[in-house]
Design a protein around this ligand. Structure first.
Ligand SMILES: [Zn+2]
Length: 335
C-alpha cells in the first residue's frame, strides 16, 4: 500500500476561541510542511454547534453506517451502492464531524472490503470474520462516545469521574514555528475532553441567543451570540435601555423639584404654625400626599414611554398651587 494512514491533529487556541484541525499522514517527515488547505480553523461556537447537530442527527447517520457495515462482506454491487450514498451524505454536509467521521470510516470500510475480497478469494473465513469485527468495533466506539452525555458536559455539571487517558503530542518547532498538536483518536474522545476543559476553564456556558435562537458558548447568562445581526440588535437594545434610564432621570426631576418646593414653603411658615407640633405634623403628612400624587403621574408617563410634555408641566404647576392653597389653609388654622 505504501501510503500512510491519515491522522487528525488539533490545537485549541483559547485566546482566539477557535480550534485548529490538521488532517495529515501518520508520518513525521510530512508534519513540518503540511499545506495550508489541510488546516481548518473553526470557532468554538461552530465546533459546539457542529457537535450538537451531529449528535442530534446521529440516528440517521447511524442507520446509514450500519447499512454499510451490514454489506461489508456481501455482494460487491450492494456495498458500492451503499458506499455511494455514504459518500453523498458526506459531500452534502457542512458539518465538521460528519465529514471527519465519514472520511475516517470510509478508509476503514474500503480497507476492510479489500481484505475481505482477498480473504473471500481464498475462502479464509477467519480473516473475513476479523475484518468485519474490526469495522464494527470502530463504529461501536464512535456510537458509544456520541451517546454518552458525560463526554459533552461542557459546564461540568454531571457526576465526577476520574480516569487516565493517553495520547500523542506532535511538536513542530524551528524556523519561527513552535506548535504543539494533539493527535486525535479515531472517535475524537480526547478532543471532546480537551474542548470541554477549555470551555470550563474560560468560564463559558451554553447559552441560547434570544435573537436568532442558536446556541452558543458565552459568559454566564449571555443573551446574544456573536453574529453581526444579533450583536447589532443587542447593542441597540442596550442603548435604548440606557436612554430609558436617562429619561427616568428626566421624570425624577419633577418629583425632586416638587419635594424641594414643599420644603422651602415649610421654612416660610409663620411662627404660629411652626410652634404647633400638630400643625407641623399635618404639614409633613400632606407633603407625602403631594409627592405621592406627583410620583403616580410620573409612573404613568414612564409606563407609557411618554416623554415630559406641556401637560406634565401644567400638572406640576397645579401641584405647586395646591401646595400653596394648603399652606394658606394651615396659616388660617393657626390664627
Ligand atoms: Zn444570534
Amino acid at each position: 500500500m505504501g501510503k500512510d494512514k491519515k491522522i487528525l491533529l488539533y490545537r485549541i487556541d483559547e485566546q482566539a476561541k477557535n480550534v485548529i484541525f490538521v488532517v495529515t499522514e501518520d508520518n513525521e517527515s510530512v508534519w513540518g510542511r503540511t499545506s495550508e488547505d489541510a488546516y481548518s480553523v473553526i470557532s468554538f461556537d461552530d465546533v459546539f454547534r457542529d457537535i450538537t447537530e451531529f449528535r442530534s442527527n446521529f440516528l440517521d447517520y447511524e442507520q446509514l453506517t450500519d447499512e454499510l457495515i451490514g454489506a461489508i462482506n456481501g455482494r460487491g454491487a450492494v456495498f458500492r451502492e451503499i458506499l455511494e450514498r455514504f459518500d453523498d451524505n458526506r459531500l452534502k454536509s457542512f458539518n465538521f464531524f460528519t465529514r471527519y467521521y465519514s472520511d475516517t470510516l470510509r478508509d476503514v470500510f474500503t480497507e476492510a472490503r479489500a481484505d475481505i475480497d482477498k480473504a473471500g478469494a481464498f475462502f479464509n473465513t477467519r480473516a473475513l470474520k476479523k475484518s468485519t469485527e474490526y469495522v464494527n468495533d470502530v463504529f461501536n466506539h464512535i456510537r458509544e462516545v456520541m451517546r454518552d452525555d458525560w463526554n459533552f458536559d461542557f459546564n461540568s455539571e454531571s457526576d465526577m469521574k476520574a480516569f487516565r487517558l493517553s495520547f500523542d503530542k506532535i511538536i513542530i518547532r524551528g524556523n519561527d514555528r513552535n506548535d504543539i498538536y494533539t493527535v486525535a483518536d479515531t472517535a475524537l474522545v480526547n478532543f471532546f475532553y480537551d474542548f470541554s476543559f477549555a470551555i470550563h476553564k474560560m468560564k463559558l456556558y451554553v447559552c441560547k441567543c434570544k435573537y436568532c435562537g442558536k446556541v452558543f458558548l458565552g459568559k454566564k447568562n449571555a443573551v446574544a451570540c456573536e453574529a453581526e445581526n444579533c450583536q447589532a440588535t443587542y447593542q441597540r437594545e442596550v442603548k435604548n435601555a440606557k436612554r430609558r434610564k436617562r429619561e427616568n432621570g428626566t421624570y425624577k426631576v419633577y418629583s425632586t423639584r416638587l419635594s424641594n418646593y414643599i420644603g422651602q414653603q415649610k421654612t416660610k411658615l409663620s411662627a404660629e404654625v411652626l410652634d404647633d407640633p400638630a400643625l407641623v405634623e399635618k404639614y409633613d403628612q400632606q407633603r407625602k400626599v403631594f409627592t405621592k400624587h406627583m410620583q403616580d403621574k410620573l409612573d404613568e408617563y414612564e409606563a407609557e414611554n411618554r416623554l415630559p410634555d406641556e401637560e406634565l408641566s401644567a400638572f406640576y404647576e397645579k401641584m405647586k398651587q395646591d401646595v400653596m392653597s394648603f399652606v394658606y389653609a394651615l396659616e388660617a388654622e393657626a390664627e
